[in-house]
Design a protein around this ligand. Structure first.
Ligand code: GLP
Length: 261
């Protein structure tokens, strides 16, 4: 079942998602999280770091599996997704290095590495909670629009639109890697719970299409319609199409944010 939540603003979205994670970790201190990169989850990571600083959260037994990593970028490079996660979350909380997992996108035997990553997720008991952002073309992780859903961790060729969108994070567009390794749809759909986060008007249309139209590999996020416990949370701009469509949207702290609505 899909639950649609509209928060007052982006920061409130961060607090909503951090609340869900805090409740999970309190109930299950060895929780297994699937985590995305991108600008959208930064508000969540900031909130988690500040709650850890306030003594509200303990990550000492938490395990994390990141969704993806670029090929051809050293993990210590500032452009790597590992570096992003260290900067925004892992260096700020007490997670153990051995509990942090990424696919090795430059493994010599990539097929073996992808199988290892899927095996490690399964051996951890699967993901208790998967956080996702969404790309402008509907990608999740780096599962790009294509002719079929790919179940396992795999190598992808990034689409031109994804390369263009991610160029803002690199010194020059030509620095953006053309390939990456991503968790597949299988481990994602096996997660006990999923939260899709989105902020900003530019994501409203694709988000709506993903959860309103038909399920198809050309719009990878649409597969999430088939998940039993998937929440879509966004700020008013990102949730605009849902709000205007008449789909049932739950408002969090709506008394302050929608004026006359
Ligand atoms: C990248 C990541 C995705 C992320 C997407 C959107 O392509 N691989 O996991 O969801 O960017 O990022 P942003 O949140 O910056 O819009």
């Amino acid at each position: 079942m899909i639950k649609l939540i509209c928060t007052k603003n982006k920061e409130e979205m961060g607090r909503y998602v951090a609340d869900r994670i805090e409740r999970l970790i309190k109930r299950k201190p060895d929780a297994v999280l699937g985590l995305p990169t991108g600008t959208t989850p930064i508000v969540v990571y900031n909130e988690l770091a500040s709650r850890f600083g306030a003594g509200r959260l303990d990550f000492s037994r938490v395990k994390t599996f990141n969704l993806d990593e670029y090929c051809g970028i050293d993990e210590n490079d500032t452009d790597s997704y590992r570096h992003f996660m260290m900067e925004h979350l892992f260096s700020k909380v007490n997670i153990r290095p051995e509990n942090i997992h990424f696919p090795d996108a430059d493994a010599i035997d990539l097929e073996k590495e992808c199988a290892r990553y899927d095996g490690a997720i399964a051996a951890a008991g699967g993901l208790d909670l998967l956080l996702l952002g969404i790309g402008h073309n509907g990608h999740i992780g780096f599962n790009e629009p294509q002719s079929e859903f790919v179940v396992g961790t795999h190598k992808v060729r990034l689409s031109d639109s994804t390369i263009a969108a991610n160029a803002r994070l690199f010194a020059s567009p030509s620095d953006v890697p053309r390939r990456a390794v991503t968790m597949g749809i299988g481990s994602m759909m096996n997660a006990a719970k999923i939260i899709v986060m989105s902020s900003g008007a530019d994501k409203s249309e694709i988000l709506y299409q993903a959860f309103h139209g038909s399920v198809k590999p050309g719009l990878p996020a649409s597969i999430l319609q088939l998940h039993d416990h998937c929440t879509v949370v966004g700020d008013p701009d990102a949730m605009r199409c849902f709000r205007e469509s008449g789909m049932p949207v739950e408002y969090v702290e709506n008394e302050n944010c929608f004026g006359g609505e």
